[in-house]
Write a protein that binds this ligand. Structure first.
Ligand code: FAD
Length: 445
């Protein structure tokens, strides 16, 4: 306790922090109203980014702003400190923050959640200079702008040049890589209506997979999902190169581990994430992926009042006793649990171990082309796509933003067009305008 008020600090405005915050508010609202507990969020961003819609927003279906939930709305009862934690002083129990306004601040804590997630990996030579990535908003913006520029340039070029411009390499065959490759192929196909000059051009999309099969995070027994993914990628004309790695990236293309070279105007990397080693956390135990190891209560061992959830930490799966995957669902569930335990710690109650066993995974390989598993049951096609769509709506942190994003989908389904592909205003269908207007009151309240 400092000055009689318990200070709870949540680092980051990602999934882990959002759900931790909600759990804390649920348990400690009375104490917060009485001024006995204060929550502070430290984050350099103004928004929570819903990464699940990355492919759809890259390809013009969902507006960029409609996957971004304002932190001021999500963390209504907390103080938001705009800045980046640069040091944790575990002895004095405070953090040093580089504020966005250029100054520094020291923020004390009694309980703190490490929710700083992960960042795009730069483990390949030339990756940070020449490749495109997706996790940070800056990287995402550059990727989106490059895709659009290449397509526009191709539409204005002769066939040979256009074919060269539309040669993409996607590194990584996990859910994100497969999703991006498939959606890119579908997007270029959809744009042929807008740019008839592209009609005779078949883009080349190479998906580089270091493993034997697609979707390495999925158990070996999910054969139906893999077969569906293989078949769908083949239909799009995507070339999957298995058991090959990218050794080096240059401004001309990618050098592969078998000595071959793929000339490409754009390499998109989805090969994984790195973890920040914050100053002051060097003595915390980490795994080979630099995730800080937590115990079953989601506390960092030997550090009183320090908790972890999401991509930045390793939490053991209570059933398999292997590390939980790093994805949004696990970040949400771990964040929620850490939040409840933080509240228990504040109320001097006994802590409960993390017992969540998982739900499943899913991805979209284009509209109506879903893949997913729920408790081990495999789904493909429209059913998987619809299940994913509803799940994502449920987990959108801001319901206002969710309604705006749903209106983007209505626009697509009613007009048959993607709303964010520079379509002139007069091309917006009357029916879709009506549907958007009907939805407006729902998200303006
Ligand atoms: C392109 C893409 C698509 C994805 N699609 C899916 C999907 O479909 N389904 C799924 O389950 N998962 C998906 N994921 C994975 C998912 O996004 C992550 O697992 C999830 O974001 C982890 O949540 P988190 O709260 O741990 O971290 P994040 O959501 O990354 O949040 C971390 C927060 O911490 C902040 N931060 C970082 N450093 C500091 C610091 N020093 N000080 C203060 N704040 C800091 C960041 O700004 C951010 O606000 C996808 C990831 C990517 C990149």
């Amino acid at each position: 306790m400092k000055n009689g008020t318990t200070q709870i600090v949540l680092i980051g405005g990602g999934y882990a922090s959002v759900w931790a915050y909600r759990a804390i508010v649920n348990e400690l609202l009375i104490e917060m109203i009485a001024g006995k507990v204060q929550i502070r969020i430290i984050c350099p961003d103004d928004f929570h980014f819903f990464h699940g819609w990355t492919a759809e927003s890259l390809m013009g279906i969902v507006g960029d702003h409609n996957r971004m939930s304002p932190l001021s709305e999500v963390f209504k009862n907390a103080e938001i400190i705009k800045g980046r934690v640069v040091h944790i002083n575990t002895r004095c129990r405070n953090v040093r923050v580089d504020l966005n306004n250029g100054t520094r601040s020291i923020v004390p804590y009694d309980q703190i959640l490490l929710g700083m997630g992960s960042a795009d990996s730069d483990s390949i030579v030339g990756l940070s200079e020449y490749a495109y990535q997706l996790k940070s908003q800056n990287a995402y913006d550059q990727t989106k702008s490059r895709i659009n520029n290449l397509i526009r340039q191709a539409a204005e070029s002769d066939c040979q040049t256009a074919r060269k411009l539309l040669r993409f390499v996607i590194a990584g065959c996990g859910f994100t890589g497969v999703e991006v490759a498939a959606n890119l192929a579908e997007f270029i196909h959809a744009l042929k209506k807008q740019y008839p000059s592209l009609c005779n051009i078949r883009p080349s999309i190479y998906l580089i997979n270091s493993k034997e099969e697609l979707l390495p995070g999925l158990g070996r027994n999910f054969r139906r999902i893999r077969q569906y993914a293989d078949k769908t990628l083949l239909q799009y004309g995507i070339k999957v190169l298995n058991q090959l790695k990218i050794n080096r990236i240059s401004d001309k293309g990618a050098y592969l581990s078998d000595g071959s070279f793929i000339e490409s105007e754009m390499i998109i990397s989805t090969i994984g994430q790195t973890r920040l080693v914050l100053d002051g956390t060097e003595n915390m135990e980490r795994d080979s992926e630099k995730r800080i190891i937590t115990n079953s209560f989601l506390q960092v061992n030997h550090h009183r009042g320090i908790w972890g959830a999401g991509d930045s930490v390793q939490v053991m799966h209570p059933g398999t006793m292997s590390p939980c995957p790093s994805n949004a669902l696990w970040a949400i569930k771990q964040g929620e649990h850490a939040g409840k335990n933080i509240a228990r710690a504040v109320l001097n109650q006994s802590l409960k171990p993390f017992t969540y066993k998982g739900l499943g995974q899913c991805a979209s390989l284009g509209i109506g082309k879903g893949i997913g598993e729920l408790h081990g049951i495999q789904f493909t096609g429209w059913l998987a796509w619809i299940i994913r769509w509803f799940f994502f709506q449920y987990f959108m942190p801001s319901k206002k933003v969710m309604w705006r994003e749903i209106s983007d989908w209505f626009y697509l389904f009613i007009s048959g067009k993607r709303k964010y592909v520079n379509i002139p205003e007069n091309e917006i269908g009357i029916i879709s305008k009506i549907s958007i207007n009907l939805l407006k009151p729902l998200y303006e309240n």
